[in-house]
Design a protein around this ligand. Structure first.
Ligand code: NAD
Length: 478
């Protein structure tokens, strides 16, 4: 058994602290089950220390009192430092979750830097106060945005750095201080952020980190020193967090699960559809919330689409995450492996047809072959529940109204795409109940808001909207 990384301290107030207990999270390689590393499992006392540090930095420190431009300079410095560590961060993510290097490098090494720099730029352009003409009397009043306070940032393992910096960057730009709780599957890569802050002398207490699982997260959301919760994870946990935040009347932003539809119109160019679905349906071994996990095809094209989808699933390169050619690695953990394989078996038992699923897999590791499911009843579990694995459903439809009905017949509403002639596709896209949808592809853009309808979330990330979600609005009437 080789330990590669041990993180036995929590990071609070710009310093490393011995934890309150000896409890640790052990990270097991999903490729060969060896121990990748271990980290502190934060107790309620550790959480308290981190929240107090964040509170002190917010109440008495310089961060919320700086100008936007000063904060932007710090955020850019942090981005530069993380860029230097990007390769190491990406390698850690690959070790933790088996994410292929061709994904972990851009998503774990580069995206965090892109996110920070984008919000530094927005902060430079932002106005703290806006003068607005009054309606009932002459003159103007002032509308001012003030940071909310201490934000708890709770993130999942699937794109650990990207989902974390999608919260951290706007929270910092807004003037908040933060306590980050990474997922128990990815408690190691996060500490590169802590080291980057100490390397550049980032104001202490602004960024604090306590790894751990559910109980650590629970202690954090219950802490009275928290003023806002930014959460990415499952809808079940999101609902629980929203209820708790509701009881304290503090704001939450929730980025939750999805079961998004890719609608293929008769006018679609199938070559480009399948080029798009290679990533849009299967990226990260199906462990990405916004994937198109339901494909809707016109009945006249159904057989062709089915055959090509099966060919695509068989063509995906599944294997060693360290191989540059590998597109799909293993699932993250035994827990997720058992859940995904259990859902596939249950789908078969309920009468659905399983296609593909016969890719040759490595002997060891939590690998699941890309699988296409047809003939699933629209209200069946496999058609309604998020799998979070390489499983894609195919449904036929008779006319566009039926396609819209099927797409919207989900309790989720996170993403989606419509493939076909752009004008018709746009008309269909307007009818889908979802937070974001692509035309002839699904390519999220940081400058536009991203988030979910229905069970897929509350509030929006990306774009200036994310900064506003970490701020209060004050009107100064004159
Ligand atoms: P999860 O909800 O179990 O865990 C997510 C995070 O919440 C982890 O850090 C976990 O430790 C923490 N947590 C769990 N219980 C908690 C509690 N009671 N209080 C505070 N924190 C708690 O989710 P998961 O299964 O690990 O992650 C996968 C899910 O995340 C999927 O449903 C996926 O769709 C979703 N996701 C959504 C987006 C998005 O942007 N919408 C992005 C990535 C993942």
């Amino acid at each position: 058994m080789t330990f590669t990384t041990v993180r036995d301290r929590i990071f609070a107030g710009g310093e490393w602290h011995a934890p309150d207990t000896n409890a640790q999270v052990i990270v097991e390689s999903p490729v060969d089950y060896s121990e990748v590393g271990r980290a502190v499992e934060g107790s309620a006392a550790d959480v308290d220390l981190a929240v107090r540090a964040a509170r002190e930095a917010f109440d008495n420190g310089p961060w919320p009192r700086m100008s936007y431009a000063e904060r932007a300079d710090w955020i850019d410095k942090l981005a530069d430092e993380l860029e230097r560590r990007g390769g190491e961060t990406a390698d850690l993510i690959t070790a933790e979750i088996g994410q292929p290097v061709r994904l972990s490098r851009p998503w774990g090494g580069v995206r965090p830097v892109v996110h920070l720099r984008y919000y530094a730029k927005l902060a430079r352009e932002a106005a703290l106060e806006q003068e607005r003409p009054n309606m009932g009397r002459a003159g103007t009043s002032i509308v001012r945005r003030e940071p909310l306070g201490v934000a708890a940032l709770i993130v999942p393992w699937n794109h650990p750095q990207a989902s974390m910096t999608l919260k951290l960057s706007p929270a910092l730009a807004a003037g908040c201080t933060v306590v980050i709780k990474p997922a128990p599957e990815t408690p190691l890569d996060i500490f590169n952020l802590a080291e980057a802050t100490t390397a550049i002398g980032f104001p202490p207490g602004v960024i604090n980190i306590v790894p751990g699982g559910r109980e650590t997260g629970q202690a954090l959301i219950e802490h009275e020193g928290i003023d806002k919760i930014g959460f990415t994870g499952s809808s079940a946990t999101g609902r629980h967090i929203a209820a708790l935040a509701g009881s304290r009347l503090i704001p939450v932003t929730l980025e939750l699960g999805g079961k998004s539809a890719g609608i293929i119109l008769e006018s679609a160019d199938l070559d480009s559809v399948f080029e798009s679905l290679r990533v849009a349906s299967f990226e990260n071994t199906g462990q990405t919330c916004a994937l198109l996990s339901r494909i809707l095809a016109p009945r006249a094209m159904y057989d062709t689409v089915r055959d090509r989808l099966v060919d695509l699933a068989r063509d995906l390169r599944v294997g060693d995450p360290l191989d540059e050619q590998t597109e799909m690695g293993p699932l993250v953990s035994r827990r997720i492996y058992d859940r995904v394989t259990g859902m596939i078996t249950a789908a078969k038992d309920s009468g659905a047809t399983l296609l593909a699923g016969d890719t040759q897999l490595p002997d060891r590791g939590y690998y699941v072959a890309p699988t296409i499911v047809t003939d699933a009843a629209l209200d069946s579990a496999i058609a309604q529940d998020e799998v979070f694995g390489p499983v894609v459903l195919l449904h036929p439809y008779d006319d566009v109204d039926e396609a819209v009905r099927i797409a919207n017949g989900s309790r989720y509403g996170l993403a989606g795409a419509v493939y076909g002639d752009p004008d018709t596709a746009l008309e269909v896209a307007r009818r889908i109940e979802t937070g974001s949808i692509g035309i002839n592809g699904y390519r999220p853009d940081l400058a536009q808001p991203y988030g979910g309808y229905k069970d897929s979330g509350l509030g929006r990330e990306f774009a200036p909207e994310a900064i506003w979600s970490y701020q209060e609005v004050k009107s100064i009437w004159r």
